[in-house]
Design a protein around this ligand. Structure first.
Ligand code: NAD
Ligand code: TDX
Length: 339
């Protein structure tokens, strides 16, 4: 089986490449990534010499390049992780989100259709469902919850999902979609809440919490997300959407306090800053379908997962310090300087 993993130099794609290369020595894994600010080949160091792994640099929205690649390689499966993934960046610059997330997905769908890919899997997000009210803990996102997006990021992901469904129904592209809740774990870029707070707490710097810190996210360890996608590829039904989440809801303030406590740092580092425009209140997944139909169960809960993740950031300082000391420093100043 030959699998094209797009965005495999990013956080979740990188973890997925590790998972697949180790678990399936007989599969060929080709990692296709443009190496934007979020792509980092250091993440793949321990697999780069494996005989079942290859890296190709390229843009999923470059039609000519993608068509050539698909003609040459004849993939059985495509798993599309490649995306612009940060909500705050989509608020400052929405255009690139349309290009990569919508057009890029459509180009991959065309290539998959043209070259007879047997499974196209789209890695989507729970953000396509919009948000849930804070005062209704009984409500959860189900696969039939209407799409109702808030940010340019989530709108671009929802648009991509609609194209995937359309290519399945109209052209018979054998597609599946997964919509996962917030991921955390090794190799996450330090612009996202958890690695941002770990790296800043370790440096004794202020921790910028948006608004009152009462927004709720449903956290899933990246290893559990990778296992779920593996299951969907092998046992999932074409044309179906699967929600992925492990019932680990926490307010942002709870997450930040957990990190401070684990690192033995004072809560006085917390700094409440101007809220994110359009900030979604609460995400919460109902994972009954993937649990019931595919037998998926997460291995981590938030308490075990966050401890493992904090330890990983302590043990792998070089990986994230290289990022923080590079061009990312000016990003932080631009995004948070006047907040
Ligand atoms: P990430 O930003 O860490 O990685 C994205 C990767 O895509 C990078 O390696 C980047 O170089 C690559 N890329 C960007 N534009 C490209 C292009 N035009 N062509 C080829 N490669 C390109 O993102 P992530 O957090 O790993 O998210 C991966 C996927 O999972 C995304 O589709 C995201 O929407 C989805 N998702 C993320 C989360 C989360 O909590 N992080 C949760 C649910 C779903
Ligand atoms: O500095 C911060 N302060 C803060 O309070 C940052 C970066 C975030 N936050 C808040 C905003 C959110 O309520 O923390 C929460 C999590 O923020 P992000 O890490 O930016 O994630 P989120 O906006 O929830 O989106 C994530 O989950 C779904 C991923 O980035 C998406 O790619 C995924 O689809």
């Amino acid at each position: 089986m030959k699998i094209c993993v797009t965005g495999g130099a990013g956080f979740i794609g990188g973890n997925f490449v590790h998972h697949m290369v180790r678990k399936y020595p007989d599969y060929e894994i080709l990692n296709l990534d443009l190496l934007t600010y979020a792509g980092n080949l250091e993440t793949l160091k321990s697999v780069e010499n494996e005989p079942n792994y290859r890296f190709v640099k390229g843009d999923i929205a470059d039609r000519e390049f993608i068509m050539d690649l698909f003609e040459k390689e004849t993939f059985d499966v495509v798993v599309n992780f490649a995306a612009e993934s940060h909500v705050d960046r989509s608020i400052s610059d929405p255009g690139i989100f349309v290009r990569t997330n919508v057009l890029g997905t459509q180009v991959l769908l065309d290539a998959s259709r043209e070259y007879g890919v047997k499974r196209f899997h789209q890695v989507s997000t729970d953000e396509v469902y919009g948000d849930l009210p804070l005062e209704r803990p009984d409500l959860f996102f189900r696969e039939d919850t209407p799409l109702h997006t808030s940010s340019p990021y989530s709108s671009s992901k929802a648009s991509a999902d609609l194209f995937v469904m359309a290519y399945h129904r109209t052209f018979g592209v054998p597609a599946t979609i997964s919509r996962c809740s917030n991921n955390y774990g090794p190799y996450q870029f330090p612009e996202k809440l958890i690695p941002l707070m770990i790296s800043r707490a370790l440096a004794g710097e202020k921790l910028p919490v948006y608004g009152k810190g009462e927004n709720v996210r449903d956290w899933l360890h990246v290893a559990d997300h990778c296992e779920a996608i593996d299951l969907i590829l092998h046992k999932g039904k074409v044309g179906e959407v699967y929600n992925i989440g492990g019932h680990n809801e926490r307010t942002n303030l709870e997450v930040v306090k957990t990190i401070l406590q684990a690192l033995d740092k004072p809560e006085s580092l917390i700094s409440f800053v101007t809220d994110r425009p359009g900030h979604d209140l609460r995400y919460a997944i109902d994972p009954a379908k993937i649990e019931g139909e595919l037998g998926w169960k997460p291995a981590y809960n938030f308490d075990t997962g966050i401890r493992q993740t904090i330890q990983w950031y302590l043990d792998n300082r070089e990986w994230w310090e290289n990022i923080i000391n590079g061009e990312y420093a000016s990003y932080y100043e631009k995004m948070y300087g006047n907040r």
